[in-house]
Design a protein around this ligand. Structure first.
Ligand code: PNW
Length: 445
């Protein structure tokens, strides 16, 4: 955090918080919402810790006014949320669900009324199950399904929402969903995975074109997970595993979208799915690069895996978060500088944060000093990157609320606001006060 002798944060730097639809909304079968692939995944034995589901989650569908009031107290300028495709198009395509669209109208109006800018993401992993039944992202048609959904949302919200993202973390949901069975739809198949990569890239390009055509003054981005991928051991096969995961994790989406070509190992494998003109359809001009970053990944070979890599161990002496993720703020600073150099787009950090097992102390307060340490180290690294010339325009904490953390269920808490899931009571943690102070100081207040 800048003090009297360090340069200040830029005046128009955007401070925000992020959430996603399936992780917070609940109301899974209310007002005409149909199941997504995650509703189905949650019903598979053993898929989610404790058998948790997103059926209720943070009940944000009903409690959004309270959640917006919390954001107002934080003083954030921006709120990144996602739209649940199966809430607005229960069959994935065809006739929309008016009550689902009404919800996003109410949400956007309330966010604006609080003086906060809404940042809408079209896809944060909750594909309508009806489309999965037709093959999901393995079908080339999926790009058209996504474009039609984008038309619906752009026409409905585009008068009030100017900040749009096509997808959240392309690489995570395709890899985890189609190659390593860590996410929905829970497949482990190379051909399916490669098809999904290419079709999601096509969907992104089509979505950008729709938003550009239909939303006057749109500022369009894509949100990529990027983090250093390091070999667990200094052995040739560990280096090769790291190079392959680096292509999948960090390069398979930004490079075709922004540079017009796939990285070398994926380019060779994706050939069967590529048609003439595809790379031009994928590589559409966008306005900003959304970066989700947590910490580096250590990787080792896995000859039995769908691909010859898997997650390895960080060095025994590596600093870690409460849920075991390695903490390396310098790698974040380096990533921001590398992104600026490589893609020449304004960067918004659309997710950064730390998981924990936070709980109330005897007086009911939640002292998440571990999260304050993480956030201050990472915002400090961001500030260093800015000083060194990185083009970073904003920062969004993941997440506003403790929420449904995918395969970990409710056990891993990422919120700066604590949620008691038995009562749905919200309590700002110490990190929420820390973040509000940072924002106030950064604005010179
Ligand atoms: C992101 N990893 O996912 C998502 O965008 C959020 O929905 C999620 O809650 C948040 O990070 C915290 O997990 C990730 O294994 C999931 O490195 C897993 C990884 C990274 C990001």
């Amino acid at each position: 955090m800048p003090t009297a002798d360090t340069p200040a944060w830029p005046r128009d730097f955007v401070w925000g918080v992020s959430t996603s639809s399936y992780q917070i909304e609940g109301a899974a079968s209310e007002d005409g919402r149909a199941p997504s692939i995650w509703d189905i995944r949650c019903r598979q034995q053993g898929a989610i810790a404790n058998g948790d589901t997103g059926d209720v989650a943070c009940d944000h569908y009903h409690r959004y006014p309270e959640d917006i009031a919390l954001m107002r107290e934080l003083g954030v300028a921006a709120y990144r949320f996602s739209i649940a495709w199966p809430r607005v198009l229960p069959r994935g395509r065809g006739s929309p669900n008016p009550k689902g669209l009404d919800f996003y109208d109410r949400l956007v109006d309330a966010v604006l009324a609080a003086g906060i800018e809404p940042w809408a993401c079209l896809y944060h992993w909750d594909l309508p199950q009806a489309l999965q039944d037709r093959g999901g992202w393995t079908r080339r048609d999926s790009a058209g399904w996504f474009a039609d959904y984008a038309v619906l949302m752009a026409q409905r919200l585009g008068d009030r929402v100017k900040r749009w993202a096509t997808f959240n973390e392309f690489a995570v949901f395709t890899l985890f969903g189609y190659a390593i069975e860590w996410g929905a739809p829970g497949r482990a198949d190379r051909a399916d995975h490669l098809a999904a990569i290419h079709h999601v890239n096509l969907a992104h390009g089509a979505g950008v074109d729709v938003l550009r055509d239909l939303v006057p003054g749109a500022s369009i981005g894509a949100i990529h997970n990027r983090q250093a991928v390091w070999p667990e051991q200094d052995l040739p096969e560990h280096h090769e595993a790291a190079a392959l995961l680096d292509e999948h994790w960090n390069r398979a989406f930004p490079e075709p979208q922004l540079l017009g070509h796939y990285p070398p190992r994926i380019a060779a494998a994706i050939e069967p799915y590529l048609r003439a003109g595809d790379l031009a359809r994928i590589c559409r001009p966008i306005d900003w690069f959304g970066l989700n970053h947590y910490g580096p990944i250590f990787v080792k070979p896995d000859p039995q895996g769908t691909w010859n890599f898997t997650w390895g161990e960080a060095p025994a002496d590596a600093p870690r978060s409460e849920i075991g993720w390695p903490i390396y703020p310098e790698a974040f600073r380096d990533e921001l500088l590398e992104l600026t150099r490589r893609f020449r787009l304004p960067i918004y950090v659309t997710e950064n944060g730390a998981g924990g097992q936070d709980g109330p102390g005897p007086d009911g307060s939640i002292d998440d000093h571990h999260r304050i340490a993480y956030l201050s180290a990472y915002t400090g690294a961001l500030h260093e990157a800015l000083a060194a010339g990185a083009d970073v325009r904003g920062y969004f904490v993941w997440s506003l609320l403790d929420n449904f953390e995918w395969g970990a269920g409710y056990a891993n808490r990422f919120g700066i606001v604590y949620v008691d899931f038995a009562t749905q009571q919200r309590t700002p943690k110490a990190s929420a006060r820390w973040y509000a102070d940072l924002i106030r100081h950064a604005r010179g207040g």
